[in-house]
Ligand binder design. Sequence first.
Ligand SMILES: [Zn+2]
Ligand SMILES: [Zn+2]
Length: 192
Amino acid sequence: MDSIKAPPGNWACKVLSSRIPKTGEPYHEAFELALGAPIEHWGQQYAPSGPVKADVCFEFVNERVLAVVSVRAAFTLPCSRCLRETGVEASGELKYLFSLRPTRDSAAPDGCGAPEEDGDVDVIQVDSFQAELDVTQCVWEALLLSLPEGALCSPDCEGLCPICGKDRNEGDCGCRYDDLDPRLAVLRGLDV
Ligand SMILES: [Zn+2]
Ligand SMILES: [Zn+2]
């Protein structure tokens, strides 16, 4: 199965701006999104165990729309030590600000089109708050950021033997690990 590095084409996380109260009350929209293939990230494959659940909370703040994107999903990936398939939970949150694109008259003479940031919040410029706000890419970014860098099948996983490659959780393979360290080999030669 091919892995993916971008949101699947059938993902559409959109909300009509008119649903968001101008009075500042939050408006929630929940999305349940299928992943047809493993995600490739951090140099490994995250195989989905179920759908991605996203909850986006929109609210008008100072004539801009703050979107708080929360995601939750379950995956399996190989244990970092023994490579056994291991289940992991991914959950995280990212914030975005939808802001009206400056009109030609009000735009600053320099800085045109420069990516804008507001503290730790990414700013997305839109032409109007009449149409839909698309948070598909936001959900995808929040999902990638929520993926754990690695997994352990158990906190005391013994891992694979560096000499013979056997899974040491299944028993001792009989290899002598001290053979790996030349300083120890010298000591053994002393025959204490
Ligand atoms: Zn393991
Ligand atoms: Zn071994």
